[in-house]
Design a protein around this ligand. Sequence first.
Ligand SMILES: Cc1cc2nc3c(=O)[nH]c(=O)nc-3n(C[C@H](O)[C@H](O)[C@H](O)COP(=O)(O)OP(=O)(O)OC[C@H]3O[C@@H](n4cnc5c(N)ncnc54)[C@H](O)[C@@H]3O)c2cc1C
Length: 492
Amino acid sequence: MDRRDFLSTAGSLLVGGAAMSFLGGCTNPFTPSSLKAGKIKESYQTQVLVLGGGPAGVCAAIAAARQGVKVMIVEQGGALGGMATLGVVAPFMTCYDTTGEQMIIKGIFEEIVDRMVALGGALHPSGIRHTTCYSAWITAGHDHLTPFDAETMKYVLDTMCAEAGVKVLFHANFVNSVLSGNKAVGAVILTKGGLEAVKADIVIDCTGDGDYAARAGAPTEFGNPRTGRVQPSTLFFHINNVDSRQVERNVESKLHTFHKRDGVSHRALHWHVLKAVENGDWDIARRSVNIYKGVRDDEWAVNTTRIARVDATNSEDLTRGEIEGRRQVKMVMDFFHKYVPGCKNATLKCTGSTLGIRESRHILGEYILQVEDLLNGVVTDDAILVASNSVDVHGRLSDNSTEYITVQNGRWSGVPYSTLVPQGVENLLVAGRALSATSDAAGAVRVMPPCMAMGQAAGVAAALAVKGSTTPRNIDPTHLRKVLLENGVFLG
Ligand SMILES: Cc1cc2nc3c(=O)[nH]c(=O)nc-3n(C[C@H](O)[C@H](O)[C@H](O)COP(=O)(O)OP(=O)(O)OC[C@H]3O[C@@H](n4cnc5c(N)ncnc54)[C@H](O)[C@@H]3O)c2cc1C
């Protein structure tokens, strides 16, 4: 496709993928003339375009670039890491098998962890066990977590992308897909300079919400179609200046009172939450506080606010979620100061610069991962990672319910390559939490270590497709697995 064809494609597909002129037939007098198709600058050309620089996207970009192809990553924020940095979500969930004996998510994930540990910005998961302050004293599915510091992660990811030769573009929003027939050939992005086009051989959608796939017309499902719900969102925050010994003593003296009633967990600090509820000081749909001790002794990550029914593809909903999240953070801070021994002088270190979204779109891929596959420990011939994360579903039974169902048959289960290959659109891969999985299955593999492993696999697959002049759908998964193994990935 030559330059003029590409630009006319970019212009013709900006509205919902339909073949119409840009803002077809729109007579709105407020439409800026710069939005006309001819004004979109074709600024970039790359072989692999990664949209979204979260855990999946950054690993996809590094993996593809290390295979020797030209890679560009487009991120709407000002740092790589997605939820891990912009959302201050921590720690990394387990990267070990169900017995807690073997690290099974390795590859680029392990490199990132090792670099952060060397910089004093993470604690190695080998020493972090379940039922401790580092796992919010949770047992199921919470063995060998990785506490880490978001600022260290930003630095490490910048460094690794630079070393691999990835072209990074921050403050750039993906706006629309550019297709030739049913083939992805690039994207339109919105930068400080206006609308710009990126021409690409292969696109990897790591936006978390399957934005590219949806705009390109690939079939998707939203949340759980059976219940009509998505998992609730949470504004994550961190506190410091905590007398951690006091907190630990208080919780550890009450571990025997942890219980679940009607699907609702009563875990750390539930005895204080109960009092706060009685006093009218607590109105969050959770009955305990998930506090994870961080890298530094006085710091904790707090995963407790809960905002139901946020549609992450709708800015009105996101705005409501951010504001309600901050209201809840203020309430939990007041709760810490008033009720929790050791937290009288706690300070709010930071809130996420973006609301934490657990679930939105799931693409429908060549295969749709099922919860039974995970629980039965199924590892297919095209598995591109193995993981043991429990099916972690929030809010399925009620707004304040939480469920953890662990792999029951084996030490791990696989994620097939075919879950990254969307139906209907060629030259497109989707990695991260929007993979092709039922809502419940996605509840297990949406956590950061498997998302990073998915990203690594998608990056290698895209590079193999470019180098073999074929499509991601047609690459040989056996060859893909061989390259992943050569690059330190564990496949069971
Ligand atoms: C509240 C909460 C708690 C969690 N707890 C844990 C936990 O304790 N441990 C764990 O391991 N996992 C946890 N998770 C899961 C995990 O954080 C996410 O599922 C994971 O980060 C998904 O990775 P991703 O790369 O697919 O998406 P994301 O991390 O969401 O990254 C997507 C990236 O794409 C960018 N982007 C999106 N749209 C566009 C666009 N249109 N243009 C340009 N850029 C775009 C975003 O800015 C972001 O950087 C939690 C998630 C939430 C929300």
